[in-house]
Design a protein around this ligand. Structure first.
Ligand code: ZN
Length: 463
C-alpha cells in the first residue's frame, strides 16, 4: 500500500492523496444511512485523466476503491469498508457549458445538484431533478444511483435526464460517451451501464444533462378521498385534464396524515379523519389558463365524487404548508420514534392491497406496532415508516416482513435509493437468479479484479 501511495504521488503530485490522520474524520466515513470506517487514504482527482491514473494504479495493486460524491446516499453505497481507498470527486465541480439549442448542460461529476439548478435558473431554464440533499449531493452520485425525487412523474429519474457521460473503467480506460442527441441508436447505450450501477462498473467523471424551459406557473392542491379506487380515478382524471403538466401526485394514507399533523405549526389545511389525502401539483406555461384548468379539475373531481374535499393553494405559503405535511417525515425523529423507513415500489393498482397486507403482518408480529404509508403513487413508489417502542429495536425482523410482502406483491425492494450494502440481502426478492447472474457477468467482465466499490449491490462476486 505504501508503494501505491508513492506511485500516486509520483504520477499526480503530493496533494492528490491524503492518508491516515490527514483524512478528514467525518467527511468520508458515513452517508445518510450508514456509518462505515475511515478510509486509509482518499484520492482527490482534478480531471478524468487523474481518475484514469488513480484507477489504473489501484487496479495494478489490486487496491479496492470506493467512489464518493456528496455522501447523501440512503443505502451505504459510498461508505468505505476496511482497507479501502476513497476516490472523492469533490475537486471536479465545474459547469462547463450550457447549450440552449440542444437543451443541455455539460458538468463535471462533482458539482452539487443545487449549483446545477441555479445555473439552469440563471439561463431561464430548469434542471428538474430535485431532492432533499440538493445542497451537498453531487450529480455524479445522483447519476450512479439513478436518483429520483420529487418530479419523476413529469421529467423521469436521473436516467431520463442524462443524454451522455464520460466514465473511467477500473483499468483506467476513459469512455467518452458525451452524447447530446435525444436519438442515438448507434449500438449499445453504454451510459446505462454506469447509471444506477452505484459505482461498481466505472467512475462517472462528466455528464451531459437535459435542461428544460422553466415553467411559468405552479398549481398545487391538497385533496381527500374516500377510497383507493377513487384516488386512482382522480389520478386518471388529472392525467387527462392536465395533459402532461401533472408534476406531483403524492398520496398519504390516513395514519400518515395523523402523524404528520403532530409537527405542523399552523392549522391543518384539511381536517383529519379521511381515508386518503392527495397532494397534487401541476407545472404549466400559461399562468392564467393553467389556474383555470387546475381549478376546473378539482371542481370536476368533487362533483364526480372521487374527492370528498379539496383546497387549491392561493399563495406560495399555502403550497408550502401542503408540502410540509408531505415532508413531515423529516420531523419523525421527534414525533414518531424509534422507527425504520422503507423505499419500495409496487404496481400502482395493487398498492393499497399491499399496504393492508403489510400493516396486518406487522400487527400480527407486534400488536402495538405503528406503520404509516405515503408516496409518489403515480411513480409506483411508496415510503413506509414503521414505529415500535421496543428495545432492542427489531429492525431486521421488521425488514424481513416488509420486504417479504413486497416480494409477494411482485414489487421492488428499492424504488429510488439503490441497494448499496443496506439492501444486499433483499436484492433476490426483486430480481431473478438469471438477472443477478447477468449482473455478475457484467461486473466481472468490466472489473475482473473486483477493485471498484466491491461488496456493493451484488455482495461478494468472487465466489
Ligand atoms: Zn421518495
Amino acid at each position: 500500500m505504501i508503494n501505491l501511495i508513492d506511485d500516486l504521488k509520483n504520477a499526480l503530485g503530493s496533494d492528490i492523496v491524503k492518508t491516515g490522520d490527514e483524512v478528514p474524520e467525518h467527511q468520508h466515513t458515513k452517508d445518510f444511512a450508514l456509518r462505515g470506517v475511515r478510509p486509509f487514504a482518499v484520492a482527490y482527482p482534478r480531471s478524468a485523466g487523474d481518475v484514469s491514473v488513480i484507477l489504473r494504479l489501484c487496479n495494478q495493486h489490486h487496491q479496492a476503491v470506493v467512489p464518493q460524491g456528496g455522501m447523501t446516499g440512503l443505502a451505504g453505497g459510498a461508505v468505505a469498508a476496511e482497507g479501502q481507498l476513497a476516490l472523492s470527486l469533490s475537486r471536479m465541480g465545474e459547469i462547463e457549458e450550457i447549450d440552449l439549442a440542444a437543451g443541455t448542460m455539460t458538468v463535471q461529476a462533482g458539482v452539487a445538484l443545487q449549483t446545477v439548478q441555479e445555473a439552469a435558473d440563471r439561463a431561464d431554464m430548469l434542471f428538474p431533478l430535485d431532492l432533499g440533499g440538493r445542497g451537498s449531493c453531487q450529480v455524479g452520485g445522483m447519476a450512479s444511483t439513478n436518483a429520483g425525487g420529487n418530479r419523476v412523474l413529469r421529467y423521469g429519474m436521473a436516467r431520463a435526464l442524462i443524454l451522455g457521460l464520460e466514465a473511467v473503467l477500473p483499468d483506467g480506460t476513459i469512455i467518452n460517451n458525451l452524447n447530446k442527441m435525444l436519438k442515438n441508436n448507434a449500438g449499445y447505450d453504454l451510459k446505462q451501464l454506469f447509471i444506477g450501477s452505484e459505482g461498481t462498473l466505472g467512475v462517472i467523471t462528466r455528464l451531459i444533462l437535459r435542461i428544460f424551459p422553466k415553467p411559468r406557473s405552479v398549481s398545487t392542491a391538497l385533496c381527500s378521498s374516500r377510497s383507493y379506487a377513487d384516488v386512482l380515478a382522480f389520478l386518471q382524471l388529472s392525467n387527462q385534464t392536465l395533459a402532461g403538466a401533472l408534476s406531483a401526485f403524492e398520496v398519504m394514507w390516513a395514519d400518515f396524515y395523523e402523524v404528520a399533523q403532530r409537527s405542523q405549526k399552523r392549522g391543518l389545511p384539511l381536517p383529519s379523519g379521511e381515508p386518503f389525502y392527495v397532494l397534487v401539483e401541476a407545472l404549466g406555461g400559461d399562468p392564467l389558463s393553467d389556474k383555470e384548468k387546475f381549478e376546473g379539475l378539482i371542481a370536476r373531481a368533487l362533483e364526480d365524487g372521487v374527492l370528498t374535499d379539496g383546497v387549491v393553494a392561493q399563495s406560495l405559503r399555502d403550497a408550502e404548508a401542503f408540502w410540509a405535511l408531505r415532508d413531515s417525515p423529516g420531523e419523525f425523529r421527534q414525533t414518531y420514534w424509534p422507527n425504520t423507513a422503507f423505499d419500495v415500489s409496487l404496481p400502482i393498482g395493487e398498492i393499497d392491497d399491499f399496504v393492508e397486507a403489510c400493516r396486518d403482518r406487522l400487527r400480527s408480529a407486534w400488536p402495538d406496532v405503528n406503520s404509516v404509508y405515503f408516496g409518489h403513487i403515480a411513480d409506483s413508489n411508496i415510503h413506509i415508516v414503521v414505529q415500535l417502542d421496543q428495545k432492542p429495536f427489531p429492525k431486521r425482523a421488521i425488514e424481513e416482513i416488509v420486504y417479504e410482502t413486497v416480494r409477494d406483491y411482485r414489487g421492488s425492494v428499492s424504488a429510488e435509493h439503490g441497494i448499496g450494502v443496506v439492501k444486499l440481502d433483499f436484492l433476490e426478492f426483486s430480481r431473478t437468479p438469471e438477472e443477478i447472474a447477468l449482473m455478475r457477468t457484467l461486473k466481472l467482465a468490466i472489473d475482473p479484479h473486483n477493485i471498484l466499490n466491491p461488496g456493493k449491490v451484488l455482495g461478494d462476486v468472487s465466489s
